[in-house]
Design a protein around this ligand. Structure first.
Ligand code: MLT
Ligand code: MN
Ligand code: ZN
Length: 305
């Protein structure tokens, strides 16, 4: 199974259009050692012909241009994308769907009831798309351990795991969390039995996630903020990382500490906010990740399991 990181940044991307934090200002001016990043999404394939997208970021057209495998050019209109799995209904994971409206057949979209509700009510992307290509919705069941497969993506079994993060601000139930607002995904290559666990939004590692994380050959998890008050400390926002449904990396109870329980797995942080010091390749925080054997995803990162 091949995994391609199309985008590795959190909402807003890196640099963010209106942000002059040291990271955004530095990357714009070329004065820091850091690479720009588009908003988070990965593509997965088992045959290098048919691809499954996880999330549709507002940067999707740029991401397609940078990864020509997604356009095999077999017909006057064509795509290698067989389906799109949505991990939540957030803007940075869904609004790229608008850019795919020219599809000749309805988009095959896999998401939970809760995400479907948000995308037909709070931000009715699916209703708008019904006037273009339309949406063929495949419901992701949220019961722990329920599995599904996507037509055309042979040999990859997908298991959805409900997890604690946050429904988007426009959700009819933003302050009343429901199972299925956010999911993690286990991808299993049925040939090699290798497993990826992918969770770009993760507020806490609850007990039911542990078996999935223990089984994983690769953990690709929430890398949004280094500290809980990162945005407050920069005077950017009152929001705490945990308020937004993202577990910070440092400190007691942080992601680094949690990841130590999985010594065998390759570990990769994704969905990195532009304020996060780990974006600077020469930062002390990046050095800590190096010691912990935790990688930082970048756009174009490509590996097989
Ligand atoms: C999040 O992950 O918390 C959201 O995507 C942030 C945003 O896009 O505004
Ligand atoms: Mn996000
Ligand atoms: Zn910034």
């Amino acid at each position: 199974m091949r995994i391609r990181v199309l985008g590795s940044a959190a909402g807003g991307g890196f640099p963010q259009w209106n942000c002059n934090c040291p990271n955004c200002d530095g990357v714009r001016k070329g004065t820091i050692q850091a690479a720009p990043r588009t908003q988070s999404s990965i593509a997965v394939s088992n045959d290098n012909i048919n691809w499954l997208l996880f999330n549709a970021s507002p940067d999707i057209l740029t991401q397609f241009q940078r990864f020509p495998e997604l356009q095999p050019g077999r017909a006057i209109r064509d795509t290698a994308v067989r389906g799109i799995v949505l991990m939540d209904a957030q803007i940075d994971h869904t609004t790229g769907l608008f850019m795919l409206r020219e599809g000749k057949t309805p988009l095959n979209i896999y998401c939970t009831d809760m995400v479907h509700e948000d995308l037909t009510q709070g931000n009715p992307i699916f209703n708008v798309l019904s006037h273009f290509c339309g949406v063929s919705w495949h419901q992701i069941p949220t019961a722990v351990g329920s599995t599904f497969q996507v037509e055309g993506i042979e040999g990859i079994r997908i298991t959805a795991v409900p997890l604690s993060s946050k429904a988007p601000p426009f959700s009819p139930h933003r302050h009343d969390p429901h199972e299925g607002d956010n999911i993690g995904i286990q991808l299993e290559d049925l040939g090699s039995s290798k497993k990826l666990f992918y969770a770009p939004g993760l507020a806490s590692i609850e007990a039911h996630l542990l078996p999935f994380m223990q089984q994983a050959d690769c953990l690709m998890v929430d890398g949004t903020c280094w500290t809980n008050d990162e945005m407050q400390a920069l005077g950017i926002s009152e929001k705490l990382s945990l308020d937004m449904g993202h577990m910070p990396q440092s400190g007691p109870g942080g992601m680094i500490e949690a990841l130590r329980s999985f010594p065998e797995a390759r570990k990769i942080l994704i969905h990195i906010n532009n304020t996060n010091p780990i974006l600077r390749e020469d930062s002390a925080e990046r050095q800590i990740l190096l010691q912990e054997k935790i990688d930082v995803a970048f756009d174009g990162m490509d590996f097989s399991l």
